[in-house]
Write a protein that binds this ligand. Structure first.
Ligand SMILES: [Zn+2]
Length: 107
């Protein structure tokens, strides 16, 4: 069977929802309980639909404890040896991301 348009649109809707949830999380970043809830919903949708989160989305929360990051509040960002070091101040998880000069990488 050919891939139906329906399948594509379900993913499209899911992707939109994920975007909305991250927007909401951002709006409610002063209320961690709410922001974290939005993040966990977005992650649930992405897992169910097997959608990848965008780079920005992935970096906006802690993969370890699921906290929505608010720089200067529960996220510490440092640059060291050509890498960006993100430290979650909720659970102490550390993520190191190499600084990329080439932005059109293959996803
Ligand atoms: Zn964490």
């Amino acid at each position: 069977m050919a891939k139906s348009e329906k399948g594509a649109s379900v993913k499209q809707i899911a992707r939109e929802r994920i975007g909305i949830l991250f927007d909401r999380a951002h709006e409610r970043r002063d209320e961690p309980a709410l922001a974290n809830r939005y993040v966990s919903l977005a992650r649930e949708i992405s897992m169910r639909q097997r959608l990848r989160l965008s780079k920005e989305q992935k970096r906006s929360f802690c993969r370890s404890c699921g906290a929505y990051f608010v720089p200067g509040k529960n996220l510490r960002v440092r640059i060291q040896h050509g890498k960006v070091i993100y430290t979650c101040q909720e659970c102490g998880n550390v993520v190191r991301v190499p600084i990329q000069k080439n932005t059109n990488q293959v996803r």
